[in-house]
Design a protein around this ligand. Structure first.
Ligand code: KG4
Ligand code: ZN
Length: 327
């Protein structure tokens, strides 16, 4: 089985071809950092226009690299939400048009399902159920992944996502966009215990997240402390929150066979180290897909397409794009 996957829900435009035996024949991706940098964050209208320009050539390049044509594809999987609606529509409408023109089925994929199933693409032996910490710019959730289409959400953020907190802190410290990698680089030069910062919700019995208060406290301290120490102390606070909340979720889901992380914040070395220790403490394997598969990409959408199509799950061409779509 061969699936073409399309992704355009935030600021990455991507196309990929993936087989049911986990071969990634090609994956192409265009970032938009330069277009959004002057604004210090993703501007939805700019993102949507950039997707329109980038997607067609990316699909052609992906087909060419894989040395296949649309006729060889079994189905077309496109992100149908959640995300910035203009961008989601670009990818979904493109997927529908290709499906109609080539007479192929359409598989509408929930972007979060793409992240949730991505570790099964890189880890053939990963069995259900597993606990997934999904930490990106738009999402901060703990999900028990029980099967295809069976996701039990144990926790979410009551305000900002962890990646959003990194991005806002970077902006406060004048470190540029995207913020996460910049904060991590600056943090490496500072003392993570130099400045006391809050750890919102740590110790609470439900594994939810909150980062707005932490960010506000950083805002109050900017200019009073060295940026390196602020970045390092902020990062440590986020790591402590993620580890504590994940520990509570593990206690609520003793059936989990592995601890898995996905989303852009999974690129952070300190986050990975804390989760590695946590998993080891629980006698569980810790699984982090390769970085490019952790951040937004089309291979994970194609893979979710493989998993859904194998179960006979396809969607009608009048399916609407959804800005909000909880798993
Ligand atoms: O999954 P992703 O590429 O896009 C979505 O948000 O869906 O995640 C991007 C987020 C951004 O907020 C970025 O600042 C954060 O992941 N990020 C990081 C690091 N690299 C990316 N956060 C902390 N440390 C990093 N090294
Ligand atoms: Zn994402």
């Amino acid at each position: 089985m061969l699936i073409l996957g399309l992704e355009s829900s935030c600021d990455e435009t991507a196309a990929a071809l993936v087989t049911d035996d986990r071969r990634i024949l090609s994956h192409r991706l265009a970032r938009q950092d330069e277009a959004h940098r002057p604004f210090g964050g993703v501007v939805p209208e700019i993102a949507a226009r950039a997707h329109v320009e980038a997607l067609g050539p990316l699909i052609e390049a992906a087909l060419q690299e894989a040395q296949v044509t649309l006729a060889d594809v079994d189905a077309i999987a496109a992100t149908a939400g959640p995300g910035l609606i203009g961008g989601v529509m670009v990818g979904l409408v493109t997927g529908k048009a290709l499906a109609h023109a080539a007479n192929k089925p359409l598989v509408a994929v929930n972007h979060l399902e793409g992240h949730a199933l991505s570790p099964r693409l890189s880890e053939p032996d990963l069995a259900f159920p597993y606990l997934l910490l999904l930490v990106s710019g738009g999402h901060c959730q703990l999900l028990l992944v029980e099967g295809i289409g069976r996701y039990r959400r144990l926790a979410t953020t009551i305000d900002d996502a962890a990646g959003e907190a990194f991005d806002k802190t970077a902006k406060l410290l004048g470190l540029g966009f995207p913020g996460g990698p910049a904060v991590e680089r600056t943090a490496a030069l500072g003392n993570p215990h130099a400045i006391p910062l809050p750890r919102p919700l740590v110790g609470s019995g439900e594994p939810h997240f909150s980062f707005a208060g932490l960010k506000s406290d950083v805002a109050r301290k900017v200019g009073k402390f060295a940026p390196e120490d602020l970045a390092a102390s902020f990062q440590q606070a986020v790591v402590d929150c993620l580890a504590d909340r994940t520990r509570i979720a593990l206690a609520k889901a003793p059936e989990a066979t592995a601890l898995v992380v996905a989303g852009g914040v999974a690129a952070n070395t300190a986050v990975r180290a804390a989760l590695t220790t946590l998993a080891a403490d629980h006698g569980l394997p810790f699984i982090a897909p390769p970085l490019w598969l952790c951040t937004d990409n089309a291979a994970m959408i194609a893979w979710a397409g493989v998993e859904r199509f194998a179960l006979g799950l396809t969607d009608p061409l009048d399916l609407p794009a959804r800005p909000r779509w909880p798993l």
